[in-house]
Design a protein around this ligand. Structure first.
Ligand SMILES: [Zn+2]
Length: 116
């Protein structure tokens, strides 16, 4: 990749021209998409959207740190990832709660069988 301003070759994993200090972002951020996924996953308690929001958010935050994606995407990316994590955690807790209730019901039924 070359600087569009002065034609100097840009250093790998750098978002700034060494010659004229023009700042470049190599990739478009997915902040809006990640945020929408995060919100939808939380509203519907769906890990199907929560996990992608988490994974994409994690990857994109790394790219933002490396200067590949513009820093302006950081807020949305972070928010979307956090919402995704919350929805995944809530889903796991819900599954554990349902499993615990089923175990309790099963044990109560067994005890009743023994004592009657
Ligand atoms: Zn330049």
């Amino acid at each position: 990749m070359y600087c569009q301003n002065c034609g100097t070759e840009l250093v790998e994993n750098s978002n700034q021209c060494q010659n004229c200090h023009q700042v470049y972002a190599k990739e478009q951020g997915r902040g809006v998409m990640i945020l929408i996924f995060g919100i939808l996953s939380l509203v519907s308690l769906g890990p199907f959207l929560g996990i992608p929001a988490w994974v994409m958010g994690y990857k994109d935050l790394k790219k933002i740190k490396d200067g590949i994606i513009p820093v302006s995407e950081k807020g949305m990316t972070q928010a979307g990832m956090i919402l995704g994590i919350i929805s995944v955690v809530l889903t796991i807790l819900l599954i554990l709660a349902v499993a615990a209730i089923m175990v309790i019901v099963f044990m109560v039924n067994q005890n009743e069988g023994t004592f009657s």
